[in-house]
Ligand binder design. Structure first.
Ligand code: FAD
Ligand code: SIN
Length: 528
């Protein structure tokens, strides 16, 4: 791998790939991705991308829906900017070659919880796969972009590696690239870049049950945190209300669009319970639906609730949800005749590396876009299908600013090689697995949909023990992906717990029994 690029992109999901395509006219681009290039949260997105497309819809309505969902913490200027850019990024995706579902010659627009209108652009129920494949094939044809699969970003390179002490809230830190672990050759390389984008996605793996693929370990957020970037709003973890509840299905998502088409949530006796909780019933924002299901399960002692679509025309189901139908069928459930057993699972992180309106972080030369970023769009709760939109809009803005940033800039010099003098201890490798399982269980039990001071304190103590044990192990062991991911998961868990402890109210996705109400004044962002 050559060691110098103008732009370093860490992550090959929607945010990273679209950023790369936009900057490639202005310099050389390396995309680093830890598995195969398509493996990302983007690839699994089902519902779609929210945008005002229909002449009956209005920007004001999408803005309003987003702000209502965000429970007083959205940045209104950011919301307006993103919503107004929606049609532009949809146009751009179409120009790159994406094919979305149409009806009567127009884009077919789906409906999801919290939206006052149909405005979800989608490719049946595999929107993310369509976007990912489109971007990857455009990248394949681009001579300036080099994709390095099975390369794992370990740490960002800053003044710290050049011998200067950096402290948190230091405003004069620069990013010069990253240490990259080639998992096939087992070597760590220094990759220098004039501008670096973190596009490493979310961290569903922090929790025992999650809709995310296993790559979602929050590496970018943990790296940025260690490099002393500001990280915000990590207490706002979104739990998706409906994932398939059979052990073999490992939290397969049943899209909110299914409720948008009329799916009804029922208890074991067939009672539709959502109207007890919210007048919008199945189409209430997903934090409300997830909490309602949690309450049903706690009250009844049942292990599952059900999503009933048997009353919906089977042609409508097969046209809109072929992937969901097929997957359920492969597990022995015919959704045209049987209810689907569902439970909530961790799904989306609203917080992340704090950025300004152009994707700039608090470290110079370091940009962030997509799920790893906290941009001000989502506030305390993300509106469905606003994240693909956010990823596209912020990668565009970050691209413009990073092109300006690299002008006239040279690569830094004097970066030391990675010190990998530890010795591998195969016997202890099993500890990594055990510690990860323990962390996931602690986060699921004590930092989940419903929290309390007592549960958070308990989670903090246990996570601290795991942190100490893992750090000690890290210091004397050769680098491995599993160990680095575990370190990153623990760092993220720690930030989530601390942020949750700091918020003495219930707001949006953060619900605690000790402070069940919102404080009157919207409490500002939690910055760690
Ligand atoms: P990702 O797409 O997750 O990409 C992250 C990339 O970073 C991956 O390539 C990963 O391998 C790489 N990476 C991570 N760490 C490292 C490292 N250390 N070194 C190198 N590479 C690394 N949102 C919507 O708006 N609409 C939807 O319908 C929707 N449905 C969803 C359904 C599911 C099942 C899931 C899981 C999410 C869904 N979301 C949806 C959320 C949305 O898909 C994500 O928020 C969005 O795709 C994130 O894009 P991203 O580019 O930021 O990250
Ligand atoms: C879904 O299809 O329900 C997921 C949509 C989202 O997470 O935005």
């Amino acid at each position: 791998m050559p060691e110098k690029y103008d732009f370093l992109v860490i992550g090959s999901g929607g945010a990273g790939l679209s950023f790369a395509l936009r900057v490639a006219r202005f310099g050389s681009v390396a995309i680093i991705t830890k598995k195969d290039s398509a493996e990302s949260n983007t690839n699994y997105a089902q519902g779609g991308l929210a945008s005002v497309i229909d002449g009956q819809d209005r920007f004001e309505d999408h803005i309003n829906d987003t702000i209502i969902a965000g429970a007083g913490l959205c940045d209104p200027a950011i919301v307006e900017m993103v919503v107004r850019d929606g049609p532009l990024v949809v146009r751009e995706l179409l120009d790159w070659g994406a094919t979305f579902s149409t009806k009567d010659g127009r884009l077919d627009l789906g409906r999801e919880g919290g939206h006052s209108r149909n405005r979800i652009v989608h490719a049946a129920d595999r929107t993310g796969k369509e976007i990912e494949e489109t971007l990857l094939s455009a990248i394949d044809r681009h001579p300036n972009i080099h994709v390095f699969e099975h390369h794992f970003a370990l740490e960002l390179i800053t003044e710290h590696h050049l011998g200067r002490k950096v402290t948190r809230y230091d405003d004069d830190i620069h990013c010069y690239g990253a240490y990259i672990f080639d998992t096939r050759s087992d070597k760590v390389e220094v990759l220098l870049a004039k501008a670096t984008l973190i596009a490493t996605g979310g961290l569903g793996e922090v929790y025992l049950h999650s809709t995310n693929p296993s790559i979602a370990t929050g590496d970018g957020i943990a790296m940025a945190y260690r490099a002393k970037a500001r990280v915000a709003n990590m207490e706002f973890m979104q739990f998706h209300p409906t994932t398939l509840n059979i052990p073999e299905a490992s939290s397969f998502l049943i899209s909110e669009a299914v409720r948008g088409k009329g799916g009804i949530l029922r208890d074991r006796n067939g009672r539709a319970f959502m109207a007890d909780y919210d007048s919008r019933a199945e189409l209430a924002p997903r934090d409300i639906v997830a909490r309602s299901i949690d309450d049903q399960l706690k009250k009844s002692g049942d292990k599952t609730v059900y999503l009933d679509v048997t009353h919906i025309d089977s042609e409508v189901l097969s046209e809109n949800f072929p992937h969901i139908m097929e997957t359920c069928r492969s597990f022995g459930i015919d959704i045209t005749r049987e209810w689907i057993p569902v439970v909530p699972a961790a799904h989306y992180l609203c917080g992340g590396v704090l950025t300004d309106r152009d994707g700039r972080t608090s470290i110079h030369g370091l940009f962030c876009a997509g799920e790893a970023a906290c941009t001000g769009l989502h506030g305390a709760n993300r509106l469905a299908s606003n994240s693909l939109l956010e990823a596209m809009v912020f990668s565009k803005r970050a691209a413009e600013k990073s092109v300006a940033y690299i002008r006239g800039r040279e690569w830094t010099t004097g970066v030391p090689e990675w010190d990998d003098s530890g010795t591998v201890n195969a016997e202890e490798a099993i500890l990594i697995h055990h510690n990860k399982q323990e962390l996931q269980q602690v986060m699921w039990n004590y930092v989940g949909i419903v929290r309390s001071d007592h549960r958070l304190a308990r989670a903090f103590r246990r996570t601290h023990l795991l942190f100490e044990e893992t750090e000690e192990f890290y210091q004397r062991t050769r680098v491995s992906v599993e160990l680095c991911e575990l370190r990153n998961l623990i760092a993220n868990a720690y930030i989530i717990i601390r942020s949750a402890m700091n918020r003495k109210e219930s707001r949006g996705l953060h619900y605690t029994t000790d402070y069940p109400r919102q404080t009157e004044q919207a409490r500002r962002n939690t910055i760690i």
